[in-house]
Design a binder for this molecule. Structure first.
Ligand code: SAM
Length: 370
């Protein structure tokens, strides 16, 4: 697909280039924030699977620079107009003295760490780590990046300094539906296990899911460790795609639950020991299913999440209904200038193929007589 055709068929791809986002995914996070107010009271964030970095851009612009988007920006404008009409403000277009100060002095108390297998170009205020979120060694790396001065590498249990863990993780899609869903779910469990190790009580976890066969197991597991679990479908995510996002708020691990990437929930091959320290009612234990998935269970007295009770998460469409439809093609004027992407991939998997093509003096197939 040419750049111009992609611009027509994908309004968010085009908009991202126009508005300076590295990827169209930025709109998914912005639209979820509009619905769930994700960043309220948040100062420490981990952005998992972050390359090329559009979610990190959103974090940097909202949390560090104090910019407003969507409904927040609209409400801001309404408030300014109101004050202008009441004569409290001279000019509604100029930022107030406090806003100007905020823009000039980015917040210093915010800490954001972005992690990906791929390298990422730097972004203001973001610490970037090149690491695998499925590997246990990533947690100490992350904790060190969050608190370089106080990090203790000999500590036996992880500290819990994070307010919000985001994960937009996706493997390279093969087109084999079942395989793609499976690999995606592995990434999701890895993100969840990492989040369980670093989230503060009351913290939030937002992650991409593919709504496949085992998704209700996931919802039920999440409901054991979070007060509120909802599924979000931002308007910028194609309706035709099974992609959605799980939005979990109020992290409340059961008493005695100890998270660990060595004994993860989700896809453990061995049965990790149950925790012996919890009260009878909430004592968590892990159960290995026949299909190799490790589940967390609470004591049988728990009425809400007993073994046979299926729990389906509420599903919310989010984003302004007047926003672009991600599945529609839009007519564009013939003379419209086609923009290049803001951030071309730094080290794409096809990099070697491009190098070979260049070395062969042009289209690889043509020179090889293919
Ligand atoms: N949220 C990003 C943004 O807004 O720019 C887009 C993320 S992209 C859809 C998915 C990312 O997941 C890819 O960059 C890929 O490298 C990353 N990823 C896949 N498996 C990973 C793993 N095991 N550890 C870390 N990152 C991983």
């Amino acid at each position: 697909m040419g750049k111009s055709s992609k611009d027509k068929r994908d309004a968010y791809y085009r908009l991202a280039k126009e508005e300076g986002w590295r990827a169209r995914s930025a709109y998914k996070l912005l639209q979820m924030d509009e619905e769930f107010n994700l960043f309220e009271g948040v100062t420490r964030v981990v952005d998992l699977c972050a390359a090329p970095g559009s979610w990190s851009q959103v974090l940097s612009r909202i949390l560090i620079k104090g910019e407003k988007f969507g409904r927040a920006a609209w409400e801001d404008k309404q408030e300014k107009t109101r004050r202008y009409v009441l004569g409290e403000k001279a000019n509604d277009n100029k930022p107030s003295a406090t806003e100007e100060k905020d823009l000039l002095n980015p917040r210093q108390d915010v800490k954001i760490v972005a992690i990906d297998l791929q390298p990422m170009s730097p972004l203001e205020g973001i610490t970037m780590l090149r690491a695998d979120i499925t590997h246990p060694s990533t947690i100490p790396l992350l904790l060190q990046a969050l608190d370089p001065e106080t990090f203790d590498p000999s500590a036996t249990s992880a500290s819990h300094p994070v307010d919000l863990v985001l994960s937009d993780g996706a493997p390279d899609v093969t087109g084999l539906h079942d395989l793609d869903i499976y690999v995606q779910s592995q990434l999701l469990w890895a993100a969840l296990n990492l989040a369980l190790c670093v989230l503060k009580p009351g913290g939030k976890f937002v992650a991409k899911i593919f709504r496949g066969k085992d998704v209700d197991l996931l919802y039920a597991q999440l409901k054991l460790v979070f007060d509120r679990v909802r599924v979000a479908k931002p308007r910028s995510s194609r309706a035709s795609s099974i992609e959605a996002f799980i939005v979990c708020e109020g992290f409340c691990p059961p008493k005695g639950f100890k998270a660990s990437l060595d004994n993860p929930l989700g896809a453990g091959a061995t049965l990790p020991p149950g925790n012996e320290t919890g009260s009878e009612r909430t004592k968590p234990s892990r159960k290995l299913r026949e299909d190799g998935i490790t589940e967390l269970e609470l004591g049988s007295e728990d009425e809400e999440v007993g073994e046979d009770i299926r729990w389906i998460a509420p599903f919310l469409a989010c984003g302004d209904l007047s926003a672009y439809d991600a599945d529609a093609s839009y007519h564009l004027p013939k003379d419209r200038q086609i923009l290049d992407p803001i951030q071309p991939p730094t080290a794409p998997p096809y990099k070697r193929a491009l190098e070979m093509r260049k070395a062969a003096g042009g289209a690889y197939g043509k020179t090889k007589g293919l």
